[in-house]
Design a protein around this ligand. Structure first.
Ligand SMILES: [Ca+2]
Ligand SMILES: [Ca+2]
Length: 277
């Protein structure tokens, strides 16, 4: 049981990231071996993944598309944990040593592989009490000898959609992690875990990163204002704290919203009229 309803975790603003693919990905759960060129946009619309899961990377960012274990639940408030383990430098001798199940691409047989995990992201992580999960996420950075908690913003991590869905897309900012700035192999394992830790399902993806050559205005989260359309920005908040953050207030005000709506975790919804766009 989840004891605390998630209210927050990710700054989720659609249309904030776009990339031209430069690499081919091997995705064990893909239905096709070929990956057509596409432009990934972190907007919760997965049509840019052509029905596939896997990793897409460009000179600035790493994107991952993975399947949910139970599409009737939003993964950040689910009764299972989605654990994303990232071997950013492709070196099983660095980071935290872990094992995972994968299919041998040649024989199709199950095999156990080793991973040197540099970053672990738990969505709906274990709670304070044994046998409980809590909403939101928990992110840990690993070195050979230590592990420390970091914020999702420290690695430019966010995912969409924020509602229940069969698949999700996520993004990491390569500028935040030196181990993501090489042009070699990266392995990402997505595990769904039951309360207590039993692994329910494993997806694993690997690819070769293209050269790190930052060129995009990373962390520019505001999508261009559409002509004749509607732009919707959504931020999940915890105890309204982001509204007290000058930086986040600046982002909101900079977008010049015509309408701002706040909803808390219970039933109260209020609307305020903002400046005209
Ligand atoms: Ca998309
Ligand atoms: Ca590693």
């Amino acid at each position: 049981m989840i004891t605390k309803l998630l209210i927050l975790t990710f700054l989720t603003i659609p249309g904030c990231a776009a990339t031209q693919l430069v690499d081919e990905t091997i995705a064990t759960s893909s239905t096709s071996k070929s990956v057509p060129p596409a432009q990934i946009v972190l907007d919760g619309d997965l049509s840019d993944w052509y029905g596939q899961t896997g990793i897409r990377a460009d000179n600035d960012e790493v994107f991952v598309c993975f399947e949910s274990y139970d599409e009737s639940q939003a993964i950040q408030a689910a009764n299972f944990t989605t654990r994303i383990r990232i071997d950013a430098d492709g070196d099983q001798n660095t980071g935290m040593r872990s094992l995972y199940n994968a299919d041998d691409p040649k024989s199709g047989q199950k095999m156990m592989l080793s991973q040197g995990v540099d970053l672990t992201i738990d969505i709906s992580p274990a709670g304070e009490e044994f046998g409980e999960l809590k909403g939101g996420s928990n992110i840990r950075l690993h070195t050979d000898h230590s592990t420390k908690r970091i914020s999702h913003a420290d690695v430019g991590f966010y995912f969409l959609p924020t509602h229940n869905a069969p698949r999700y897309e996520m993004r990491l900012d390569r500028s935040t992690m030196p181990s993501l700035q090489h042009d070699g192999r990266i392995t990402i394992v997505v595990e769904h875990r039951a309360i207590g830790g039993e692994v329910l399902r494993t997806q694993s993806f690997t690819t070769t990163l293209p050269r790190y050559e930052p060129s995009k205005p990373i962390n520019d989260p505001i999508a261009a204002k559409p002509q004749g359309g509607v732009r919707v920005m959504s931020t999940n908040v915890l105890y309204s704290s982001p509204l007290k953050d000058p930086e986040r207030s600046s982002i909101k005000n900079g977008s010049r919203p015509r309408k701002t709506m706040y909803a808390d975790g219970s039933t109260n919804i209020s609307g305020r009229t903002g400046r005209s766009s």
